[in-house]
Each structure stands twice: as C-alpha cells, then as structure tokens.
Design a protein around this ligand. Structure first.
Ligand SMILES: *[C@@H]1O[C@H](CO)[C@@H](O)[C@H](O)[C@H]1NC(C)=O
Ligand SMILES: *[C@@H]1O[C@H](CO)[C@@H](O)[C@H](O)[C@H]1NC(C)=O
Ligand SMILES: *[C@@H]1O[C@H](CO)[C@@H](O)[C@H](O)[C@H]1NC(C)=O
Ligand SMILES: *[C@@H]1O[C@H](CO)[C@@H](O)[C@H](O)[C@H]1NC(C)=O
Length: 562
C-alpha cells in the first residue's frame, strides 16, 4: 500500500520539502504530525500504561461521592467546603463530589469543590471540610468491599455517620460490611484524568520509572521519523511537560528522562530531514485542568505570578538548549490555555515575555501562540500585537468535543469544514497579523460507523481547507490506541488520502494523464486518482510546486462567520 503511493510521490516530495522550510511564507508550509502521548502522557492514547496500577479506578483527581448505607444520604460539604460536613443529601451534586488525592494505593485525601480537604482535626471528632493543606489528619485509609467502603483514620478510628446526619471519627472497632453507620457506598463519578501526575504518583517512583522508560524508548522511534519523511510530512510537533527542565530528577512525582528523549527526537529529525516544534503542553500548575497539562485533580492553577515566571524559565531553558539546533522550527509557548480560567491580558503578557526570551536565543525560530480553548475567539491573539517577526497563532480544529457536532452526519461535517472553518481562516488571514497554524486536527468525528470513503472525504476536506493556513497544519496524533486518531493507521489503511497529488472523485470522470495511477477504493464508490503536478480540482487547484491551494471563485462564495 505504502509503496504504491511512495513510488510516484516520494521523489517529488523530497525536492519540495528540501526547499520549503526556510520560508513558510512562500512556497511550502508545515505539514506536521503531533507526537502526542509520548513525552506527555495521555491515558486514552495508550491505556495500557495504567494497567498495572492497583485500585486503578482511584487515581489522583478521580471524583467520588460517598453515601451512607443506613441513612441512605450522601456526604456533603456545605457550600462546597469551608465549614461542616453533613450526611443529609438525597441527591449528589457538586458539594457531594470529592476529588481524590492519592497518597498510596489505599490512602487518600478528599478535596471539596472549593479546594478544602476533609479533615479529622476537630475538637469533638467531627469531620470538617476546612483543611487548606492535606497532611496526616486529612489522610484516610479506604477499605473496599465491592462498592462498599470503610473510611479509617491513620490513628485507627473509623469514620461513621451519626443519627443526626453528621460525620464523626470515634468508631474504633472494625465494622462489618452489613448495613451499619460506618459503612458507605463509594460512587466513582468520573475517573477521567490519566496523565503524568496520575501515572507516576500511582505507581510510585521505582515502578513509574520502569513504565515510563519503556514507553519513551518504544512508543516513538527513529523508524516513525522515517515513515513520516517518506509520507510527505515535514515537521513534528512535540508536546513536552514543564518538568523536562529538571531532568534527570524533576520534582516528585514526575519522572526524568523526557529531555534525553527530546534530544533523540531532534537527532532523528535531522537524520530524516524533518523539523521540530517544541510545544509546552503542560505548564506548572496546569493551564487547563486536563490530563495533558498534567493536572493533579482538574484544578487550573497556572495563572499565578509564581507559575508564570517558572514557565518563562522553562521557555528560556528550551530556547537555550535548542535555539541553535538546525532542526528547530519553532517553540510553542503554551498549549491550550483555558479561556475560563486564564484571562486574556495575563496570557498576552506571558506571550510577549515568552516571545522576547525565544528571540534572545534565536532570531528565526517561530514563536507559536496557542488560542485559548473554551469560549474565546481566536481573533483576540491576532489583534494583540505580540512579537515582531515569525509569530504564529495555533488553532485547534476538531469536529468533536462539542454537542454541536454530535448529531451531524458525514455530509454536514464536511460542509462545516468548507462553510465555517474555511471562512474563519480567510477572515483571520485578512487581519494580516501572525501566521496561522492548524496545530491540531484529526480525521475523526462523532459520526458512527462511517465508511472508509466517508472518512476519505472528511480528511480530504480538511486537507484542502487547512492547506490555506499560512503556516500550515499538524495532525493529532502519530500513534493512538483509537485507530481513527492514529496517523500511521490512517495512511496505511487509506482512510486519510494524504498527498497533494492525490484526490478522490466520486464519478472518476477526471481524465487521467499518462502518469496517473488508478485504483479502486475498497467500497467501490470512488476511484482514487494520483495526478502529479498541477491539478484541477472541483473547487480550485494547487499552485505548481507548492502546497498552496488556490480556491476557484465558486469555492469562495461563503462569507466569513466569525
Ligand atoms: C453546618 O453548616 C450549615 C451552613 O453553614 C449550618 O446551617 C448548619 O447548622 C451546620 N450544621 C452543624 C451541625 O454545625
Ligand atoms: C535577553 O538577553 C539579554 C542579554 O543576555 C538579557 O539582559 C535580557 O534580560 C534577556 N531578555 C529576556 C526577555 O530574557
Ligand atoms: C445529512 O443530513 C442532511 C440534513 O438532514 C440530509 O439532507 C442529508 O441527506 C444527510 N446525508 C447523509 C449522507 O445522510
Ligand atoms: C454501529 O455499529 C455497531 C456494531 O456493528 C452497532 O452496534 C451500532 O448500532 C452502530 N451504530 C449506528 C449509529 O449505526
């Protein structure tokens, strides 16, 4: 399969890519792939990393609710924390939901909505929701028996509900598993954080080191860089975490070794003619509360002055180390800050300082600014006046993660790319500000059971439209347990027909030049046509010797709808 594309495609691609990367403005652009889930762990990309964790459904950040089996009521921290704890709620919501901090496989601290921890430190043995820092009096053994638990203090007392709906810790005897006041039902509401924090803290240092060393050594290798270079990819975007600066002994629980892996990636990139974008995916404190920013429990603590200066030191470290490397294309200052928690002015000020730091070490490295995720218009960064030269704004385009997409069929998804994404790109280009980078996109959607041909059309639409981004794009992600997200799987199985000489036509009526290869797609709806050189396309054509797609007037009728 690969050979079929490669034989006509490879020689041309090498000519193009060798001339392209020095200037993104003119001839060619970034056609990248993200190395997601490698140096920053994401459990959904490789779930097996977490397989060896005992009590693996109780990781840092797991959300639990606790119900008294006698009273039939949930434990509640009034007002989300700060005062007493009662066992009086029929229904569980935010005050009744606690986030775990894992101390060992059986010892946990319980954090309330407002950030306080449940504590046994009180005059009358009451459990309160008042501790700011979790210490031993805030640590509980949790003994499990099916869905039931006993909650025990480190001093041996068991926590129990009282008849007047409070929570106390005077019970000193091992309770049974029958219906009694010291037996609770533990409801795991969400266990959706599987990042570096959870992995390392749950395994403990020695085991986590073994797991991560093996993962970093084997998940991405030189042969992947070989594969990418042979398939028309010219750049890798490499997510890293802030702890990389303190290799080999980063602060607990993080595990060293990611710096050596990044060094290797740069040397492979040099060998295979690829460029690297270093992407600070996880900043200290977490800039979006998600596992991929290494949040411990979903909190977003990044926009504090201490964390911001620490983050600028990370940028300085990366720019110092790689600023002069021939394979460095750019440094992305921060991935996906949350619009809900990171104010624009704070972010812009950070980006301005980060820009200066990168420029201090390289006059040419692109400085990449990621849009805020959530409720924010990307235009905000185009108008912010950040930096002077080689500034790029990174937009992440997914037809996912929003109920809006849930009911769309394949046609509607493709239309969305042309009717919403394309005009937005045009409008942002019109601002004449930073270059535009679609730094993350994927050939996956909410459509169930779509055919290979539908995926091909969706991928084609995205490649067409994102080719218009002035800096280029990069696919999320190279490898993934979920095959439709996996770039290599998409290429090998022809779900993503990636090549600028490669189009899909429904009726196969395009006249085929002599050098064209034809092949039937497996579902026989489409002929797949490889046409080297200039290509007429229903909605435009590619400029010769460049990946720039020139839409025909008919394809441009849609109005920007920003
Ligand atoms: C718990 O706190 C709530 C709200 O502050 C208050 O109304 C209630 O009386 C308190 N209960 C106990 C037992 O202290
Ligand atoms: C840039 O480098 C100069 C000279 O080393 C230094 O004084 C200045 O603080 C640096 N600026 C930044 C933003 O790091
Ligand atoms: C998708 O939905 C639209 C609007 O309901 C409909 O017109 C179209 O036929 C559907 N297409 C497919 C492929 O189901
Ligand atoms: C998709 O396919 C699966 C397995 O064949 C089936 O169970 C499911 O109902 C299908 N979903 C839709 C929306 O067609």
């Amino acid at each position: 399969m690969v050979g079929l594309v490669g034989s006509s495609f490879l020689p041309l691609s090498l000519v193009l890519f060798s001339s392209c990367l020095s200037s993104v403005d003119g001839l060619s652009k970034v056609r990248g792939v993200n190395l997601g889930g490698w140096l920053v762990v994401e459990g959904w990309i490789k779930p097996s990393l977490f397989d060896g964790i005992p009590n693996g459904d109780m990781l840092d950040g797991t959300q639990v609710q606790i119900r008294s089996v006698v009273l039939n009521k949930y434990v509640s921290a009034a007002n989300g924390g700060g005062s007493n704890v009662t066992v009086d709620r029929d229904l569980a919501s935010t005050w009744e939901t606690f986030r775990l901090w894992r101390v060992s496989e059986n010892e946990f601290q319980l954090r309330c909505l407002g950030g306080q921890f449940l504590t046994s430190k009180s005059e009358d043995g009451l459990i309160l929701a008042t501790a700011k820092e979790p210490l031993s009096t805030e640590t509980f053994y949790i003994e499990r028996n099916g869905g039931r638990v006993h909650i025990k203090l480190l001093n041996g007392g068991y926590v129990q509900a009282t008849d007047d709906h409070l929570l106390i810790s005077t019970h000193q005897f091992q309770p049974g598993w029958d219906n009694n006041l010291a037996t609770f039902e533990l409801v795991i509401v969400a266990n959706n954080l599987h990042g570096d924090y959870q992995l390392a803290n749950s395994y403990g240092y020695e085991k986590a080191k073994l797991v991560l060393e093996e993962h970093r050594r084997s998940f991405i290798t030189a042969s992947d860089f070989d594969f990418l270079s042979q398939h028309g990819i010219n750049t890798v975007r490499i997510p890293v975490g802030w702890w990389i600066t303190q290799d080999p002994y980063p602060p607990s629980p993080f595990i060293g070794g990611s710096l050596a892996a990044l060094d290797l990636a740069f040397s492979w990139a040099q060998s295979y003619g690829l460029k690297c974008i270093i992407d600070l995916h996880a900043a200290p404190g977490s800039q979006n509360g998600m596992e991929h920013s290494a949040s411990r429990d979903g909190s977003v603590d990044w926009p504090s002055p201490e964390y911001i200066s620490q983050t600028l030191e990370v940028i300085d470290f990366l720019a110092t180390r790689y600023g002069g490397h021939p394979s460095l294309l750019g440094i992305e200052l921060l991935n996906e800050p949350s619009a809900a928690t990171v104010p624009l002015d704070v972010l812009v000020s950070y980006y301005m300082r980060g820009y200066q730091i990168v420029r201090n070490h390289s006059s040419t490295a692109y400085v990449i600014l990621c849009q805020r995720i959530g409720n924010a218009d990307p235009i905000e960064l185009f108008q912010a006046g950040i930096g002077v030269s080689n500034v790029v704004v990174d937009l992440h385009y997914y037809n996912l993660f929003d109920p809006y997409f849930a009911s769309m069929n394949s046609t509607q998804n493709v239309e969305f790319i042309y009717k919403i994404r394309a005009p937005q790109l045009q409008a942002l280009k019109g601002v004449n500000g930073p270059l535009i980078f679609i730094g993350e996109w994927v050939n996956e959607w909410d459509v169930q059971n779509a055919s290979q041909y539908e995926y091909q059309k969706f991928g084609r639409a995205q490649l067409d439209v994102y080719a218009d981004a002035t800096f280029g794009w990069s696919y999320w992600t190279l490898k993934n347990d979920r095959m439709h997200w996996d770039f290599e799987w998409n290429i090998q199985n022809k779900y993503l027909l990636f090549s600028k000489w490669f189009i899909v036509t429904e009726d196969a009526k395009l006249p085929a030049p002599a050098s064209t290869r034809m092949g039937d797609s497996p579902d026989h709806h489409a002929k797949i046509t490889w046409i080297p050189g200039r290509l007429e396309h229903p909605r435009g054509h590619y400029r010769d010797s460049s990946s720039e797609f020139i839409p025909s007037p008919a394809g441009c009728r849609l109005r920007p709808s920003l």
